[in-house]
Design a binder for this molecule. Structure first.
Ligand code: ADP
Ligand code: MG
Length: 752
């Protein structure tokens, strides 16, 4: 009996079974498919529409065609590229089709790719070729088509002796592959497995399948591996994604419950404490939005269950003031608060900002401080030993009311007297692991407030961060200057770069300051990593390498500016390879106006607050993402003076990255830009470290794309748990939950 647990050999074709078979090794080692179940859960990545195979008789120039055929002639040639004079390779084949034969040519710049073509395209090989038809003399020709080759052994065994489009399924599945395995190999094994295996577990209870109109597991497997049309593919995919989402949401729901049961200390605050004293001294009144969010946070803090709240709002929307209110509330309740920043520069910046906002309320224990005053303590990795010791002492004794720091706060030897609240700035740069580590430092879980200027979709908040409640600040405090953003296209207007430095000189002459941001620190190529090797992706298609050389670097541009266009101004460099002390010194000099122009990497991206800075120049701006550019731009126009942001690019206007720059120049609505950005980017960038575990742990679920499915699954999970808290009537679901928890793939999920 072949079942889902059987080794994969049991369903492989004869010449892939053997002990030493290369194909078998490739499938087991390369694709990590060990059992028949692994194979059935290895889903096609895309499908080729064979119903639309074209006959070669009746073509038009430029038409997109797909043909099935057999290679009857195969020659490699070399030639010299006209432009560069370099040796290049051309592989010419003649392919016999249903109708007339077709000439198909493959061009390659590098020898190993040419060799790969030789191997892939022997006489007698058969496959499907898709591309735009062109002319070569009197003949029709395809150039560098995409192709699916049927494997050699299929040809040898005569299984496809005479290929006719009729023998292929209407949608031919293309599987994620590895070297030495073809889609055809997988397809055949899957067909066989589907005809004999009937014990795949059904994790979705019938009541949910019915309610959400999902096919059962056997139907879905048949649909995904051999669909009649794309609706069937969609139905099957939805079912598998729902199943994964359901298991994930059940794991989360159970952890949430356990976490809530641990409880937290309620921090209700008091009247006449620090919060009141602080708000009396603020030189402005809080906006209605700030008051509302503050109310939500204070309500949470007063509960004996841990708060887990996300505070999102544009750069400059006033999140920091609200977060400080929350911290003071906790101090008013007799406990401590910690603020974690993603980098040391930002931690120092936060420390300065809080210290400025608090005034003498932050100088507890010092002569002349007010009686309610608390102590604000900074702890970073690069502080001198003695200062560190002093900080650790203050933290452990409880003297420090607010502790600001980076990862250094997570080290074992930092212990808090009574940690009541953790505020995390920019969660997406701060791994969930770190948050969990800090949580472990408190006896009972502390309340957690996450601040971000990049809105996080609800599905992400729920799945990756467990169960974040979301508060949003939508209005900017009044009196904020506006920032004008312009794209400076050097490809079309090479001389405009002089205008850029001219503008910087004008701003400096008017008493203002400027940032110049570069994508790299030095001209050293190894910094970026070399992508120069061409790659062949899982479908056997060539991926042309990205070229990376020549990006503007801080260490190259700074001396050029200092001795050239900006020689009359005070210019300095700032980047992540400098020591903490050096960075701090430069940042302080810039803050206090002793420097006019700061040439830096994106270390200044978040939180840096120098109100007198009015101009930002971003070099090779096409190298940055939308949200990043928006964050960067938020550094200027803060002091009531209008800001200017110049996005310098060398890209031609028809490149997609130029659209991103135009979008940033067009609108200052950060939430609108974030949405554009989230849709374009890979989620890994959004989720940071948390995502890597997520990708490997789960098969097909993507938190952004599958938001609707995740929300449904969460609702379904709650329905199930309400009726049967232990899931005792759902054995297969319990097994799937246990497996997810055991795999460690769930570690990214709620730990706090
Ligand atoms: P965020 O943390 O969201 O980037 P901040 O809290 O740092 O924003 O606020 C940005 C600037 O606006 C700070 O200088 C802050 O003092 C000021 N600010 C905050 N709230 C208000 C308000 N209600 N009215 C006027 N200025 C405010
Ligand atoms: Mg801030």
């Amino acid at each position: 009996m072949i079942g889902r647990g059987s080794p994969i050999e049991t369903v492989l074709g004869d010449n892939a079974k053997g002990h030493k078979s290369k194909k078998r090794t490739a499938i087991v080692e390369g694709l990590k498919l060990r059992t028949v179940e692994d194979l059935l859960l290895h889903h096609p990545r895309r499908f080729l529409k064979t119903g639309e195979l074209t006959r070669v008789d009746d073509l038009e120039l430029g038409q997109l065609i797909s043909v099935v055929g057999e290679i009857v002639k195969s020659d490699s040639n070399t030639y010299r590229e006209r432009r560069t004079g370099a040796i290049a390779y051309r592989h010419d084949t003649l392919v016999r089709t249903d109708g007339p034969a077709l000439r198909i040519s493959f061009f390659a710049k590098r020898l190993h790719i040419a060799e790969w073509y030789v191997k892939r395209l022997p006489i007698g090989a058969k496959g499907i070729f898709t591309g735009q038809v062109g002319r070569f003399g009197n003949e029709w020709q395809l150039t560098n088509p995409s192709m699916v080759m049927f494997s050699d052994d299929a040809a040898q065994t005569g299984e496809l002796g005479t290929i006719s489009p009729k023998e292929l399924p209407p949608l031919y599945p293309i599987y994620p592959l590895t070297r030495g395995v073809s889609s055809w190999d997988i397809y055949r094994a899957v067909r066989f497995a589907l005809s004999v295996v009937d014990d795949m577990p059904e994790v979705i209870p019938a009541q949910l399948r019915e309610h959400y109109r999902l096919p059962d597991v056997d139907t879905a497997l048949r649909l995904i591996h051999g669909p009649a049309d794309f609706d069937e593919v969609a139905a099957a995919r939805r079912r598998f994604r729902f199943a994964e989402a359901l298991v994930t949401q059940l794991v989360l729901a159970r952890r949430r419950e356990a976490h809530r049961r641990l409880g937290a200390a309620a921090r209700p605050g008091r009247t006449g404490g620090l919060v009141d004293a602080f708000e009396q001294r603020l030189p402005f009144t809080l906006t209605q939005g700030q008051l509302d969010v503050r109310g939500e946070i204070f309500d949470d803090l007063a509960q004996p269950v841990p708060m887990n709240r996300l505070l999102q709002g544009e750069v400059g929307s006033g999140k920091t003031v609200v977060a400080l209110d929350a911290m003071l509330r906790v101090i008013d309740s007799g406990a401590q608060a910690a603020l974690l920043a993603p980098t040391e520069v930002l931690a120092q910046q936060h420390h300065r900002a809080l210290s400025h906002l608090l005034g003498d309320l932050g100088r507890g224990g010092m002569l002349g401080a007010s009686s309610e005053a608390t102590t604000l303590t900074l702890l970073t990795g690069s502080m001198p030993q003695s200062a560190k010791r002093q900080a650790l002492l203050e933290i452990a004794s409880g003297e420090a009311g607010i502790v600001v720091g980076t990862h250094a706060l997570l080290q074992d030897r930092v212990s808090f007297a009574d940690l009541g609240l953790v505020v995390v700035d920019e969660q997406h740069r701060f791994g969930v692991e770190q948050r969990a580590a800090l949580t472990d430092k408190a006896g009972t879980p502390p309340h957690v407030l996450v601040m971000t200027a990049t809105p996080i979709p609800r599905s992400v908040a729920m799945t990756v961060f467990g169960d974040l409640e979301v508060s949003t600040l939508t209005e900017l405090p009044a009196g904020r200057g506006t920032t004008q953003t312009n794209v400076v296209p050097l490809a079309e207007q090479p001389l405009w770069v002089d205008r850029v430095w001219q503008r910087v000189r004008e701003e400096v002459a008017a008493g203002h300051q400027a940032y110049v941001v570069c994508p790299r620190i030095s001209g050293d190529v190894s910094e970026v990593g070399s992508h120069d090797a061409p790659e062949i992706d899982a479908d056997g298609e060539l991926v042309e390498p990205d070229s990376v050389g020549g990006l503007t670097a801080v260490e190259e541009l700074t001396p050029l500016l200092a001795e050239g266009a900006l020689s009359e101004t005070r210019v300095a460099a700032l980047h992540g390879r400098m020591s903490g002390e050096e960075k701090d010194r430069i940042m302080r000099a810039f803050s206090s106006g002793d420097l006019d122009v700061l040439v830096s990497t994106t270390v200044i991206e978040v939180g840096v607050d120098v109100p007198n800075a009015t101009t930002m120049v971003v070099m090779d701006a096409d190298r940055f993402g939308i949200s990043q550019l928006h964050q960067l731009r938020g550094r200027v126009g803060r002091g009531g003076h209008p800001g200017l942001c110049l996005l310098v690019t060398r890209l031609e206007s028809d490149r997609p990255a130029r659209d991103r720059l135009d979008a940033v120049a067009r609108t200052t609505d950060g939430f609108a830009l974030s949405r554009v950005d989230l849709e374009q980017r890979h989620e890994g960038d959004v989720l940071g470290a948390a995502q890597s575990g997520f990708r490997t742990g789960l098969h097909s679920l993507r938190v952004l794309r599958d938001e609707a499915t995740i929300l449904e699954a969460r609702e379904g999970a709650e329905t199930l748990l309400a009726a049967d808290p232990d899931l005792s009537t759902h054995a297969e679901l319990l097994a799937a939950i246990a497996e997810l928890e055991r795999s460690g793939a769930s570690d990214f999920m709620e730990k706090s």
